[in-house]
Design a protein around this ligand. Structure first.
Ligand code: CMC
Length: 390
């Protein structure tokens, strides 16, 4: 049935029209619903940005308070979900737990299968419960008791309370930490048709429910070429440090990626060809936050040295490879006390409003089922040989 145009990795294929996020890769511009990422990161709260992405406009005071209060009231996770959670090994990667439990939510809220169900309620549940589920993994890994959410706290302080409060001492949220997290979550909130978002849309295009669709997005995000890169970056920087700190050796290895199989994690991007505007903000925030918290992380110096060495290297210049959002984010997470295996979970909490907004837009636009074509390269017709004759 006609010709198929091959575009591996969809490098040049548009799959939808969208009014959510504008991205200009040549000029390094990123805007959510027309608001620049720089403006939002400096002035907005993460939940305001979530509302903006999902509903298209910044909320009025009244809309915001209704939205925020609804989220506050839904932070508890059904206790039966604990049984599923407790079945995981303590060593389970928090991303494995997150994708499974988000998928399990579809069983706890079966009306999500219903086209006419209350989508806004599912949206609130997802935004409210994702941080709670995320902190379960961390607490269990530490051997600490779980903290139930404290709903008088705002979204980010509540997350920090669930993560870091201990029954034996009073926990006070450090405003520097809360502000840094606010910026990071906003910068991760949407990025148009990236791999995990396209996955959410593709799964949702079969009219699968919102929880299943978002669970698939979490799985897609986990990969080291996508959100998993933030964990890989810190592990790479640690390895360079342990190896004596010679960044040029690693730049050389990455130049020969074809033979060494080694890539500089946190470098390169499918769309940004001059710089990643998120990386610019995050690099500055890393300096600010570490300074304010009085954290001296030798890995920050290694990261800066590595960036400089790569940016002055012909291989990286020719291919227009620059630090991306994942390059400096892990250094901030670490300074906030968030362990390496939780970095990609933090990305997921940030990206959730984007996934929701894109799923919702896709359904409202009544997009057809996603179904790419292929060029067949296998055997031509041949005759079946019975087993005894093979
Ligand atoms: N280190 C060394 N070489 C690289 C790198 C890298 N990080 N990234 C790309 N290249 C080379 C690649 O080998 C290719 O070279 P050649 O032209 O000789 O074949 C050229 O640059 C183009 O790369 P590509 O793989 O064709 O580009 P892509 O658009 O398919 O991939 C990418 C984009 C982000 C997957 C890739 O740059 C990469 O693997 N980066 C490292 C992982 C990473 O940091 N991912 C996070 C992405 S940003 C946020 C997110 O999605 O989470």
């Amino acid at each position: 049935t006609g010709y198929v145009t091959l575009d591996r990795g969809y490098k040049n294929t548009g799959a939808t029209k969208s009014a959510i996020t504008f991205l200009d890769g040549e000029q390094g511009i990123l805007q959510y619903r027309g608001y620049s990422i720089e403006d939002l990161a400096a002035k907005a709260s993460f939940l305001e940005v979530a509302y903006l992405l999902i509903y298209g406009e910044l909320p009025t005071k009244e809309e915001y308070s209704k939205f925020e209060n609804a989220i506050r009231r839904h932070t508890l996770v059904n206790e039966d979900m604990r049984n599923i959670f407790n079945g995981f090994p303590v060593s389970a990667h928090p991303m494995a737990v997150l994708s499974s439990l988000v998928s399990a939510m579809s069983a706890f809220y079966p009306d999500s299968q219903d086209e006419k169900g209350d989508v806004d309620k599912h949206i609130v549940r997802l935004l409210a419960k994702l941080p709670t589920i995320a902190t379960w993994s961390y607490k269990r890994g530490m051997g600490h008791p779980t903290n139930y959410p404290k709903n008088e706290l705002d979204y980010i302080p509540n997350f920090l309370h669930m993560m870091f409060a201990l029954p034996v001492e009073e926990y006070k949220v450090d405003p520097v930490v809360a502000e840094a997290l606010n910026i990071l979550l906003i910068l991760h909130a949407d990025h148009e048709q990236n791999c995990s978002t396209s996955t959410v849309r593709l799964v949702g295009s079969s009219q699968a429910n919102i929880y299943s669709s978002i669970s698939a997005g979490v799985s897609a995000l986990w990969g080291p070429l996508h959100g998993g890169a933030n964990q890989e970056v810190i592990e790479m920087l640690e390895a360079i440090k342990a190896d004596g700190g010679d960044v040029s050796k690693y730049v050389d290895m990455a130049k020969n990626a074809k033979t060494t199989g080694f890539r500089l994690f946190g470098f390169g991007h499918r769309v940004y060809k001059n710089f990643d505007p998120r990386a610019k903000i995050i690099k500055k925030a890393a300096d600010d936050v570490l300074g304010k918290l009085g954290v001296n992380d030798p890995v920050l110096e290694i990261a800066k040295g590595l960036e400089e060495a790569a940016l002055n290297d012909e291989y990286f210049i020719q291919r227009k490879l620059y630090p991306n959002v994942d390059f400096y984010s892990g250094i901030i997470y670490r300074a906030l006390g968030i362990p390496t295996n939780m970095f990609t979970v933090m990305f997921a909490i940030g990206r959730l409003p984007g996934w929701i907004a894109q799923w919702k837009e896709m359904r409202e636009q009544k997009e057809p089922i996603g179904r790419p074509r292929q060029i067949y390269t296998g055997a031509t017709l041949r005759e079946f040989v019975p087993l005894e004759n093979r």
